[in-house]
Design a protein around this ligand. Structure first.
Ligand SMILES: Nc1nc2c(ncn2[C@@H]2O[C@H](COP(=O)(O)OP(=O)(O)OP(=O)(O)O)[C@@H](O)[C@H]2O)c(=O)[nH]1
Ligand SMILES: [Mg+2]
Length: 370
């Protein structure tokens, strides 16, 4: 008798539990995505702000001046984007040595912090292509920064190389690599248009050099590469599939499949956040309540799993009323991949800030109406 009660409770879930599952999925996904801190330095007018707006979500450069952390460096954050930017200039000043000392203190303080999340994880040092020269200040700056973090040389306003990139690469020996970018299109006098270029390359290199723990945050914060968001999401799906298989290592009865729900919800949370959506803004709860649970207030494990399985006719042929490891992981992969495809599709049509939770639900459900 008491045994039966236990079994019943294992699959009967009331709405507060549902809210708890979503809450803890959001907390976990936010924690796992973390945060990335990037320092961008270069002379005034070199194109730092323009580059920032071309690469990152959130219109950083026009969100206000940010908080001054040294005379020449401002720290800029934007609600909902897992990125902090340090915008540094003053290299052109006569007293740049002073700028350097302050910067060195800042970087040392930050990067000696016991929590790696507070470190500055990468620096981009910008040089205007039309200047055709590398200043001592830029060489010293790269050296200073490279003692604490990976540094990328960025040649801005790129329109004609003429061997400049290799020269910069040679002179700035401490940088990981040098990338030429043009952040905005520019029409020349004769009507020729120079298109934006090099942004993908920069973002790819940045993804390579940034610490492992910051890669998901970087994928979420950047707006140049859909592939980065997709690749990082694939990794989240793979992890969830492994957990699902482990949960069903001993085949679990249909009615106990509720154990799989937090895994699925956690996976959806992770993917949503790597794509750059703000989990707190209802993206997850709207999705979960309308796809997984069918909107009921009291949720039965059976209902949830039946709803999930119904979406996948192939996976749904559950033999003997049990879910085996392969079914559990297959279901998770199919579910996750469909979700990734839905988000990628939406972001091809709309800019991220314009996407509403319901757009995702509609697109996701469409993928199962066959
Ligand atoms: N053609 C072209 N123009 C650019 C590019 N980047 C910046 N600009 C132009 O250069 C000017 C300065 O750009 P900003 O992005 O404000 O430069 P900044 O480094 O942020 O300047 P400070 O904030 O003063 O240090 C603006 O007129 C931009 O439109 C680029 O990649 N290509
Ligand atoms: Mg600026």
């Amino acid at each position: 008798m008491s045994n039966q009660t236990v079994v019943k409770e294992s699959y009967e879930m009331k709405s507060p539990d549902f809210i708890d599952i979503i809450k803890s999925a959001i907390t976990k996904a936010t924690k796992e995505r973390g945060q990335v801190n990037v320092l961008i330095a270069g002379k005034s007018g070199v194109g730092k702000s323009t580059l920032i707006n071309a690469v990152f979500q959130g219109d950083f450069a026009t969100t206000g001046p940010g908080r001054p952390v040294t005379q020449q460096t401002r720290e800029i954050k934007k609600e909902g984007v897992p990125l902090t930017l340090f915008d540094t200039r003053g290299l052109e000043l006569k007293e740049y040595k002073e700028t350097f000392e302050e910067l060195e203190n800042l970087v040392e303080n930050r990067n000696n912090d016991s929590n790696p999340m507070n470190h500055i994880h990468m620096a981009w040092v910008c040089i205007d292509e039309s200047s055709r020269r590398v200043e001592d200040a830029e060489i010293e700056l790269c050296k200073l920064l490279a003692n604490h973090m990976p540094v990328i040389g960025v040649i801005t306003k790129a329109s004609s190389d003429e061997g400049f990139r290799l020269k910069v690469l040679d002179i700035l020996s401490t940088v990981k690599n040098v990338v030429r970018v043009n952040s905005v299109s520019k029409t020349l006098d004769d009507g020729y248009v120079i298109k934006p270029s090099g942004l993908e390359e920069l973002v790819e290199l940045a993804m390579e050099v940034v610490p492992e723990a910051q890669k998901n945050a970087f994928a979420a914060a950047q707006r140049v590469s859909m592939n980065q968001k997709i690749n990082k999401s694939h990794a989240i799906v793979a992890t969830a599939a492994t957990s699902a298989a482990a949960t069903a290592a001993v085949p679990i009865p249909f009615s106990d499949a509720l154990a799989l729900v937090p895994i699925q919800v956690g996976m959806l949370a992770g993917i949503t956040s790597v794509f750059g959506f703000e989990l707190e803004k209802g993206f997850l709860s709207t999705l979960v309540s309308s796809t997984i649970t069918g909107g009921g207030a009291t949720l039965l494990g059976r209902t949830i799993v039946t709803n999930l399985l119904k979406m996948f006719p192939g996976v749904g042929s559950v033999a003997g009323g049990v879910i085996a490891a392969t079914t559990a992981s297959g279901l998770t992969v199919a579910f996750g991949e469909a979700y990734i495809a839905a988000l990628a599709h939406i972001l091809q049509e709309k800019e991220l800030p314009e996407v509403k939770p319901n757009d995702i639900v509609v697109e996701f459900k469409n993928r199962f109406k066959k």
